[in-house]
Design a protein around this ligand. Structure first.
Ligand code: ASP
Length: 600
């Protein structure tokens, strides 16, 4: 028989009670996290979002409650009325905030029963049930204290963001969800129109054009906690729908954006008691790619920088020729103390590098004797290379040659991998930086054309505007890859925390960019006519940025799984296992939408 709650109210949460409350009569409500039955005494760990309190049912003092407590099972929902009592010295639990006290129950209401959960809710991180099972029963997984803590922290972070942005003079403005495609480099999620047969809305990949239109609309300083949708191949740090703090500022300078975002991150990191070092150091894209092989380098890792080995002395240049295998670059990285790396590890690292398309990972070890997978080069050449790499006795040099993209990607990934394996990443250190001057376009070999590296509304640096004109109008297409932009990413501990740029505010420049992307005037008109028109009505110079809130939360909560910081996330294959979505729809709905499903 279940009891009714009636008008009974909680006096405290399950995380509240301390020694100072001893003697009080309290009412607690929550879930049975654990029941231990010792005959005359039954102990319950009672859990709610604030914590756990031990409740004791004594057959002698409260026979009815004690009898009822025997029926309780895990995850039953109960209300307990009782007295706060000091625990015996030897039964205090320092691991619990309420561990100095317990509640001696006088009365118990069983508010609801529960089926046995399909997985253990209080398992430690190593014993957690498979994630798919936990996602199917997400409402149970959400009861785990870790997920609760992450979501409560997320609320505080979003609150702090709103407070900070408001204090800086920004206005929160909502923009629509049913829109036209906004190019951010992913596929759109599209929504068919019932009223206009054969026409579709796209869900925003970001509110990019709307925030720029807010600037044209004179709103000056905009922000929004914005939901974005991108249909792209997923990775651990991506979700098909995610949240970002979307920001746009009129008359923005680079320094103004940097200062705003450094202040924002500093105040948010204070929530986890971290003083973020500001201002963040600034590195150009060219510099980070050259030194760290990544546009999101982890600056907690000291050293392990890429060295250009093409500068090795003459006989080593011969090596470069032989290693080049048609590529343009040869670079190496010194692993301090790496001379002791066993052959097996070097083989594993080579396999790892191959995942990033490196053809091989030749090595030199400067042990008591010099050894190398390139022995055939002879000692002199090997020492020449090691010297240029900056290796000392006891170190190893790992080498990749090939196309510059491959060299950077494989050595950049190896840098992180080696740092992880060799424990070179210090705990509790936060190393932020800005990466600036991203290239405007990147060439995709698959279809032989240029794409925007950020998005097509990003302004070139003033010095490269002329180059853009020449490349587009003067037919110097091969110069497109050289154009730099006023785009910037803040990076913390190897995680890209945001992306942003100063925008194009001139219609002629915007046209050039569309043209460079291979868009005909008609196509540009069709897709972005409204925006090109708007650019003609006095568009102020403006710029903005969008920190990803889910990524930020991963760093703050110390997890590398984005699903740990989202209440109802999707799987890596973009499905919701709990509500079983995507799902089929009623044929009538399809008909109304003028759609027919064609199975292959
Ligand atoms: N719209 C961009 C993005 O979502 C950010 C920006 O440029 O502000 O990545």
């Amino acid at each position: 028989m279940l009891d009714n709650l009636g008008n009974l109210e909680r006096t405290h949460s399950c995380g509240d009670l301390r020694s100072a409350d001893i003697g009080k009569q309290v009412v607690l409500m929550g879930w049975v996290a654990k029941r231990r039955d010792f005959g005359e005494l039954t102990f319950i760990d009672l859990r709610d979002r604030a914590g756990i309190t031990q409740v004791v049912f004594n057959a002698e003092d409260a026979p009815d409650a004690h009898a009822k407590a025997k029926e309780l099972r895990n995850e039953y929902v109960i209300a307990v009325m009782g007295d706060v009592v000091a625990r015996d010295e030897n039964t205090r639990n320092p691991k619990l905030a309420t561990g100095d006290v317990e509640v001696h129950a006088r009365q118990l209401l069983t508010l609801n029963d529960a089926r046995t959960p399909p997985f253990q809710l209080d398992a430690g991180p190593e014993a957690l049930a498979a994630e798919d099972l936990r996602l199917k029963y997400r409402y149970l997984d959400l009861r785990r204290p870790q997920l609760q803590a992450n979501l409560h922290l997320r609320h505080r972070v979003v609150n702090e963001i709103r407070r900070y942005m408001t204090a800086q003079g920004f206005t929160e403005i909502e923009t629509p969800i049913l829109i036209k495609s906004t190019p951010e480099g992913a596929r759109d999620y599209i929504v068919p129109s019932r009223i206009f047969p054969g026409k579709f809305f796209a869900l925003p990949q970001s509110p990019q054009l709307f925030k720029q239109l807010c600037m044209i609309g004179g709103l000056d300083k905009y922000f929004q906690i914005a939901h974005c949708f991108r249909d792209e191949d997923l990775r651990a740090d991506r979700q098909p729908e995610f949240t970002q703090l979307d920001v746009e500022i009129s008359f923005a300078t680079l320094d103004q954006v940097y200062g705003l975002i450094e202040g924002l991150f500093a105040s948010v990191f204070k929530l986890i008691n971290v003083e973020l070092p500001v201002p963040f150091p600034r590195f150009t894209f060219a510099e980070v790619m050259g030194r760290f092989g990544s546009d999101k380098p982890d600056l907690r890792i000291q050293g392990l920088e890429l060295k250009d080995l093409a500068k090795a002395p003459l006989d080593a240049v011969a090596l470069a020729e032989r290693l080049r295998s048609g590529g343009q670059e040869i670079k190496g990285m010194v692993v301090p103390g790496g001379a002791s790396l066993p052959r097996r590890t070097l083989d594993e690292l080579q396999e790892f590098a191959k995942r990033y398309a490196a053809s091989a990972l030749p090595w030199i070890k400067l042990g008591d004797e010099t050894s190398s997978s390139l022995k055939w080069l002879g000692e002199d050449a090997l020492h020449g290379i090691a010297n240029v790499a900056g290796a000392q006795k006891g170190d190893a040099v790992l080498i990749v040659s090939g196309k510059s993209k491959v060299v950077a990607a494989s050595l950049g990934a190896l840098r992180n991998e080696i740092a992880k394996r060799e424990n070179l990443i210090p705990a509790n250190v936060y190393a932020p930086l800005w990466v600036t001057d991203f290239p405007m376009f990147e060439f995709h070999e698959e279809d032989g054309r240029y794409y925007s590296m950020h998005h097509p509304f990003t302004s070139p640096v003033d010095e490269d505007l002329e180059l853009l004109e020449r490349a587009v109008e003067g037919g110097e297409t091969n110069q497109l890859g050289q154009i730099r932009t006023k785009a910037y990413d803040p990076v913390i501990n190897g995680v890209e925390m945001a992306s942003g740029s100063i925008r194009i505010h001139r219609r002629d420049v915007q046209r050039l960019v569309f043209k460079a992307l291979g868009m005909s005037t008609e196509e540009a008109r069709e897709r972005f006519g409204f925006f090109l028109d708007a650019l003609e009505y006095g568009t102020p110079p403006h710029g903005g940025i969008a920190p990803g809130i889910d990524r930020l939360m991963m760093v703050l909560a110390g997890t590398d799984n984005m699903r740990d910081v989202i209440a109802f996330p999707k799987t890596a294959s973009a499905a919701d296992l709990m509500i079983d979505a995507p799902g089929e729809v009623d044929p009538k709905q399809l008909e109304e939408l003028h759609l027919r499903v064609v199975s292959d």
